[in-house]
Design a protein around this ligand. Sequence first.
Ligand code: CUA
Length: 322
Amino acid sequence: MEKVKPLLSDGTLWIPGSYSSFSSNYDSLFYFIFWLSVIFTIAIVGVTLYFSFKYKRSESNLVAKKQIVHNNKLEIIWTAIPFVIVMFIFYWGFKDYLYMTVSPENAYEVRVTGKKWFWTYEYPETGVKTVGELVVPVGRPIKLVMSSTDVLHSFYIPNLRVKRDVVPNKYSNLWFDVTQEGIYQIFCTEYCGDQHSNMDSKLIVKSYEDFLDWMEEQKRGASKDVPLDLLGKKLYKEQGCNSCHSLDGSVVVGPSWKGIYGAQRLLADGSEVKVDDNYLRESIVYPAKKIVKGYPNIMASYAGLLSDREINGIIEYIKTLK
Ligand code: CUA
């Protein structure tokens, strides 16, 4: 598979490579403000230094020769010029902001849900759901309708210059198009707890034909012929299980998967449970029902996100982790 577009070596020192139809406008404004700031910084520091030396207190220059208290011409100039510059930046920024905010009528809609600590995507047209991978066709406007099931998150694709907060009990929108096929990095950019820095995701941009093929494959319940434990292994990463459950016995957020199958666990309510297929299935679909003692009750339900076969795959994978 193609590599994820690098954020540091692609683009310039200041901003990563630009791959959206509006990102070049965005960059122009960024560089305009950037260079304007550089020019003003040099000018202001330069004049300050020059005057500091020129009017330095010295033996021959002990008393001010005259006091200037007011200068209308100067005041008008230094008010008018910044006003024009600032209004120009406002006009430019607002124009682009409107363009980036109002999505085109024909935009392809995808619903996005932020959850501690992963992103899920749903394609309303087909009912297909994915976790951790947003797949879209190249060159088409895509509109995201986003919400969160727990805390504030923020959806950010640096290469496309789009970022918007994702808030519980409310929908926020964002639209973009991508000019080049490839894989792009998506980040959560609002601190949302322990695993915030691991709440990343991939934007996979395919040609329209490949996108349609991919969608067909998803509809057929993809990867039917992958052996169950391998399917589980793949899902472990794709579904974000890895952000809370380790494979080596270490505690991340939830219990490690290593060696749990067949073990007896002590629950928060004092009862005991044997980790078997039914318990694992219940813990995936209704995570809050039986909490292992000593762990927080924070896992989100995967009901509706995983097919039966995928749940079986995860259970089979856990069985292999002796
Ligand atoms: Cu979600 Cu940070």
